[in-house]
Every structure is written in structure tokens, then in C-alpha cells.
Write a protein that binds this ligand. Structure first.
Ligand code: RTP
Ligand code: MG
Length: 155
């Protein structure tokens, strides 16, 4: 398409352990579909700490990193690939700011405002750029001739 803003994109969404245990999986999937995304891949999985460290490697020097790793390995996750025009920015907009307590004030209809608990337990993840989205998708799924397959057995 000539219009870059409507180019079909894929992005990675994760429902984090607090979202799964809080029974937000189905309402969040409904919200995703209501906003015009296709859910093209799904993987329900609990990661070990080494895989979380690798996935969030960009944050390895941050003070919150050990706590983030423990949290993300604490229970099962629902990993999804979302597809639509402008999917990367649109999913980030739909989930809202990182801190749910701030999101409740500034973006009260966002997923994190509704489902998040605190700055760490913020219910969902979204790829933050056209660079990170394909890298994060390929962490969990590999492309094949017929689409993608999950790398579940490697994780
Ligand atoms: P995400 O990568 O999970 O979509 O979140 P994000 O881009 O909105 O935020 P990011 O800065 O990438 O942080 C990754 C996750 O680390 C936890 N976090 N804890 N100060 C803290 O305690 C703190 N800051 C961030 C959150 O779970 C955040 O989503
Ligand atoms: Mg991030």
C-alpha cells in the first residue's frame, strides 16, 4: 500500500501472569478482536527465568530487572501475534501507559487501566517498535511456508 499508516503489520502481545490469573484473558481477546486485530498465533506457556531474561534483555541493567524476571516466570502467559494495519502502534495505544495507576487517570479505557494492578503487574505486553516486533515474534514463533509454528518445545 502507498499509505504507510495502513500497512499490514504483526506485533507481539502477551497477557502476563496477573492477567491470566485474574481471568482477563477472554475480555482482553474480545477487546483485541473488537479493535480489528486478527489473532494469528497463540501460545499458552510458562517461561523459565532464563527465557524471561533473554526476552527482556534490553532491561538487564535496570534495578527492576530481577523482580521483572521473577514476576514473568511466576505463572503461565498467553502469547499472541496480532495482525492488522498499523498493529504495532495501535496495540501500544490500546494497552496504555506502563503504569496502570497513571493509566487510570490519563487513559481510563486502556487495557492496563482496566486490568493492571501496579507498575510491574501491568497485565499486558506490547512490542514497542517495528524493530522489536519481528524480533519478539521470532522469539516464540518461527515462520514456515504455511505461516508460523510455535517454538513451544524449545522454550
Ligand atoms: P512491556 O515491554 O511489558 O510492554 O512494557 P512497557 O514497554 O510499557 O515498559 P518497559 O519499560 O519496557 O518495562 C517492561 C516491564 O517491566 C516492568 N517494570 N517495572 N520500575 C518498575 O518497577 C518497573 N518498570 C517497568 C513492567 O512489567 C513493564 O511492563
Ligand atoms: Mg517494553
Amino acid at each position: 500500500s502507498a499509505d504507510a499508516s495502513t500497512e499490514i503489520e504483526r506485533t507481539l502481545a502477551i497477557i502476563k501472569p496477573d492477567g491470566v490469573s485474574g481471568n482477563y484473558t477472554n475480555p482482553i481477546k474480545e477487546t483485541i478482536l473488537d479493535h480489528g486485530f486478527k489473532i494469528t498465533e497463540e501460545l499458552f506457556i510458562q517461561l523459565d527465568e532464563d527465557h524471561v531474561k533473554s526476552f527482556y534483555a534490553e532491561h538487564s541493567s535496570r534495578s527492576f530487572f530481577p523482580s521483572l524476571v521473577e514476576y514473568m516466570a511466576s505463572g503461565p502467559l498467553l502469547i499472541m501475534v496480532l495482525e492488522k494495519g498499523n498493529a504495532i502502534a495501535d496495540w501500544r495505544a490500546l494497552i496504555g501507559p506502563t503504569d496502570p495507576l497513571k493509566a487510570k487517570v490519563t487513559h481510563p479505557h486502556s487495557v492496563r487501566a482496566i486490568c493492571g494492578l501496579d507498575l510491574q503487574k501491568n497485565c499486558v505486553h506490547g512490542s514497542d517498535s517495528p524493530q522489536s516486533a519481528p524480533r519478539e515474534i521470532s522469539f516464540f514463533f518461527e515462520r514456515t511456508s504455511s505461516g508460523h509454528v510455535s517454538k513451544h518445545d524449545e522454550l
